[in-house]
Structure formats: structure tokens, C-alpha cells
Write a protein that binds this ligand. Sequence first.
Ligand code: PLP
Length: 365
Amino acid sequence: MTIAQKLSFDVQLSDHARTAAEREQVMANPGFGQVFTDHMITIDYTDGEGWHDARLRPYGPLSLDPATSVFHYGQELFEGLKAYRQGNGSIVAFRPYANAARFNRSAVRMAMPELPEETFVESLDLLVRTEQDWVPTTEGHSLYLRPFIIATQIGLGVNYPSRTYTYLVIASPAASYFAGGVKPVSVWLSTEYTRAAPGGTGAAKCGGNYAAAFVAQREAVEQGCDQVVWLDAHEHRYVEEMGGMNLFFVFGDKLVTPALTGTLLPGITRDSILALAADLGLETEERLISTDEWQAGCESGELTEVFACGTAAVVTPVGSVKGADRAWTVGDGTPGPVTMRVREELVGIQYGARPDTHNWIHKIV
Ligand SMILES: *Cc1c(COP(=O)(O)O)cnc(C)c1O
């Protein structure tokens, strides 16, 4: 249910915000998702009343009854996007309305209320404007924004979704996601575990998908790999995603990416790369791609590069693949030219070094 009402945000500034010196110390080496700014957004929702009490307030712990629904039944979902400081000093977000739309698609699947897209984007704008000194100036760094929504009804009844929710946005200055820059990752093909099945929640950005994935990610690490690659639930033959990122396969000057069958998360980075490809003289194709085709393509030399993409790590080359009874290298195992060109174009648009011909940049400051 979308309730079209104009919310105005009540602003309560922190009286213990960090000093410039403290902030600079934190931002010198922020890591990813480790440190948070001084404020956050909260908006409450009640069935019948709709969204209310929109607030910018000091960052801090939430006080929730132990019987709150989210702790027991996991009714939660999130988004992830970044604010970038461009060369001219302005601060921008990349396609925030696409995140707003996906947030609402996830909400529908999780029986949660939709938030007007304008309110979603306004909440980001307000937080980023307030925290603009937290947007890093270091190249490749950004302010990572994490909007999310939790079910807050108290009680253990399972027959009906929560009638109350809280939407929040927190912000975290971030270096690159994978420490050590653009370095090819090794992947483990998971045939024991499945991320998503038809009719399930694979296309929704809900925390439960991640909770169910940790065991496979741990298995990948035990197998000496960096990341897990998910295959289709039915046959464990077709490639779906890598951890929390989408995948692209480079066949010469054609980019192939797994089709959105309903079990993949529709990445905004994936969608952007499909749109950018034509600008770079690359063809695109969305279809099924099997692990057999992946291996055979690498062995014949037809499949020259593979990369993963997502907001957090942008574009990351895949260097080698390991499965229960096989292993192979992609190309010569180093980052390929198409991967690096796509990465450079996307990062260039985000940081303002390349023209924004697709109108993706949303100026905040
Ligand atoms: C968020 C996410 C992605 C990438 O989406 P972007 O919008 O590109 O950041 C891919 N796969 C999963 C499972 C995700 O949660």
C-alpha cells in the first residue's frame, strides 16, 4: 500500500557529533561498513496511519522489545548505494530512484509497506547534506548509504505480517570494498547450497538471503576461494550470482550476463553496465549460462574475461574457478581490458570524470 502524503522531516542535531579532527582520523582508514556518521534517518509506519514521524536524529542504538517481529521472523530488507564527491566538489548519488524502485519491489515481496520514491530519495539527500563533511575526498572512497526497514510489531504471532515498521538510513564512509584494490577473485561453485529458488526471495534485497548464504561463503573460504558462486536451485548447472554481486562473461566484444529469471537480484550496476555497453562498442546478451559453458569457453579461449559487479565493489575481475571436481583459470588470471574499461567508464561517471549521458547522476550538494 502506497500512501501518498508529503512528510516533513524533524531535524534533531547531535550534541556529541565528532570534531573535525576526530572525523579525519576515522576517515583516514575507514575500511568498509565499519564506522558510521553522527546522524541517521528514521521514519515510522503504522497500518492505517501510513508513514509518520520522519526524523533526522543523532546516530545511536535502537531500543526494541525482545519480542519484536524482526528478531524472530526476519521481516527486513535493505538497499545500498553511495554518495560520491566529484572533482568539482559537488556530492552526488548514482541512480537513487532505481534503488527507491527496487526497495519497493522488495517491500511488496516481503509484505512490507512501500515508501514513496520521493521520500526515499529525500531521506538520502537530507542525511548526506547533513553529513557532507563525511563524504571522502580520497579517490575511490565514498559515503556508503544503507537504507533499511524492519518489522517492529511486538508479539510472536506468525499469521500476519507486522502492522508497524521503521525505515532507517545510516551512512558509513568507505574505502574500496575488497581491500587491496582491483585484484581478481577466486570463486567456488556451490553445489551443496542454494541462494534462491523459483517463488522465493532471490530478487528481493532481504537480510534473510544473506543469512542463508554465510555457510556457503564460509565453505568457499575453506576451499581456498574468495567468493561463492550460486547456481540455479533445480540443476545446479546455470550460473546466477557471485556472493552479493552479479556476473558478466566477456566473449570478445560481447557481454553475456545471466538472465533475470526471478531468482537473481536485479543489480543496478548490472543494469547500468548493460546500458553502457553500447557506448563502449560492446554487444550484450541476457541468457542462461552454464558452468560447463564457462569452463569450455575458458579452455577454448572464446570466453576471455569474467567480472562481478555491484555498488560496493563496482567491477571486480574473476580470475579462477573451483568446483567439487574441477578447476580452471579465466584468461591468464589477471584483470582483462574489457573489465577494466567497463570499470573505468562506470567509476568515471560516478566521480564526474566522464560525461553523464544517461542522466544517472543525482546532485545532492
Ligand atoms: C545488492 C546486490 C547485488 C548488486 O546490486 P547493485 O544494485 O548493483 O549494488 C547483487 N546481488 C545481490 C545478492 C545483492 O544483494
